[in-house]
Design a protein around this ligand. Structure first.
Ligand code: ASP
Length: 332
C-alpha cells in the first residue's frame, strides 16, 4: 500500500469512516469521493465484472484470497456463469441464434500479453476454458466454429446439448414474428467480462457470451475479439465490455480505454470517453446499450454505460459490492 493512502486509510479508520457502502456508484467513487477512492485503490487483490454477477466474482475471489493467480481467478469466475442454466446469455443455456443453434464466443488474456479465444463454438459448455487452452496449448490465438469444437474435444471437453427447454421455448416464440429487436438491459446484455489483479499485482481478464439472442448464423460480437470485448496490458490495466457488440467492435472499445489509461486518464474517465466515442458518432444510440468496466494496475476502477441500468460487481478486501454505473443518457 502506498504510504499516502495508508495514512489516509489509518486516519479514516480511526474516525470509523473506512466502511464503504455496499452499493455505490462508479462516478461517485471515482470523481466526487476522492477519499473513498484513496481507500479502495491500493488494496489488492481485486476482481470486478460486468453486471451483478455475485457468484462469479465470489468464485474468482476465492482463488485470489488464497494467493492464486489472476488468470485462474478469471477462469473460475467465468465458468460459474457459463454453467448457470438460468443465465440465457452465457454458456450452457444461452439463447440460440435465429436458426436455433447456441454458438458461444469467449476470450481470455493473461499478464504476459497472452490471448486465446474461440468464436461461434457449439456444444461445449465452457468456452472460457477452451479459450485458455487455445492460448496455452496452440501456436494460434483464435479458433472458430467446428475447428474450435474439435480442438475442445481433443482437449478432453465433452460435447453436450446447450439449448435448454426454456431457451428453446423462448426462441420458438420469437420465431413467430422473427423480429430482431435487442431490449436494453433485459434480453441480450448479460455477457460477463471480468478483470482481476492478484496479490502479486498481475492483471488478467476474460469475457464470455452466447452473443446477441437470435443473431444471424455466424455472427460474432465483440466479446471474444482482442481489444474490443477485452484488453489487458499488465503495465497499465484492463477493460472489458458488454452490450451491442457491433458498436464496441467499431470503436475497438477496450483497447481504446486501456490506451487512454496509459495516457493518464483514470479508469472512470477512460470508460466515459469510450462510451462517448460510440454515442457521439451514432444517432441510433437510444436503441442499444453498451457498458464498460476498467481497472488499472493500482486497483482503481471505473464503469460507464450508454443507458442506466448497468452496474458492476466487485470483490475486494473479502467484501462483495455492487456498483451502479452512471450513464451517458442521463447527462444528454
Ligand atoms: N457483447 C455481446 C455481443 O455483442 C452481447 C452482450 O454483452 O449483450 O455478443
Amino acid at each position: 500500500m502506498k504510504r499516502r493512502n495508508f495514512i489516509k486509510r489509518a486516519s479514516l479508520t480511526g474516525l470509523g469512516l473506512a466502511v464503504a457502502p455496499s452499493i455505490i456508484s462508479c462516478e461517485t467513487e471515482a470523481k466526487t469521493d476522492k477519499k473513498a477512492i484513496a481507500i479502495a485503490t491500493p488494496v489488492l487483490p481485486i476482481v470486478v465484472a460486468t453486471w451483478n454477477f455475485k457468484n462469479a466474482t465470489k468464485a474468482a475471489w476465492k482463488v485470489l484470497e488464497k494467493g492464486g493467480a489472476s488468470i485462474d481467478a478469471i477462469e473460475a469466475g467465468c465458468r460459474v456463469e457459463e454453467a448457470d442454466l438460468k443465465n440465457t446469455t452465457v454458456g450452457n443455456g444461452g439463447s440460440p441464434d435465429r436458426d436455433g443453434n447456441v454458438t458461444l464466443d469467449a476470450c481470455i488474456m493473461n499478464k504476459d500479453g497472452g490471448y486465446g479465444a474461440v468464436v461461434c463454438m457449439e456444444n461445449i459448455a465452457h468456452p472460457i476454458s477452451v479459450a485458455r487452452k487455445v492460448m496455452e496449448e496452440t501456436p494460434h490465438v483464435l479458433l472458430a466454429g467446428k475447428g474450435a469444437e474439435q480442438f475442445a474435444v481433443e482437449q478432453g471437453f465433452k460435447r453436450e446439448n446447450l439449448l435448454t427447454e426454456a431457451s428453446k421455448k423462448a426462441w420458438l416464440k420469437w420465431k413467430e414474428k422473427s423480429e430482431y429487436k435487442p431490449i436494453i438491459n433485459i434480453e441480450n446484455h448479460d455477457t460477463i467480462g471480468m478483470l482481476a489483479i492478484d496479490k502479486n499485482g498481475d492483471i488478467s481478464g476474460g469475457c464470455t457470451t452466447s452473443g446477441m439472442a437470435y443473431k444471424m448464423a455466424g455472427r460474432v460480437g465483440d466479446s471474444a475479439i482482442i481489444g474490443s470485448g477485452l484488453f489487458i496490458d499488465n503495465t497499465i490495466g484492463g477493460a472489458t465490455a458488454t452490450g451491442m457488440g457491433e458498436e464496441v467492435l467499431k470503436t475497438v472499445g477496450s483497447y481504446l480505454i486501456v490506451e487512454l489509461m496509459r495516457q493518464g486518464r483514470t479508469p472512470q474517465e477512460a470508460c466515459e470517453e469510450g462510451v462517448k466515442r460510440i454515442v457521439e458518432s451514432n444517432p441510433n444510440y437510444q436503441n442499444f446499450q453498451v457498458g464498460y468496466v476498467a481497472l488499472n494496475k493500482q486497483g482503481e476502477y471505473g464503469c460507464y454505460c450508454v443507458h442506466g441500468g448497468f452496474g458492476i460487481s466487485k470483490y475486494q478486501e473479502g467484501k462483495q459490492t455492487y456498483i451502479k454505473s452512471n450513464a451517458y443518457t442521463k447527462k444528454a
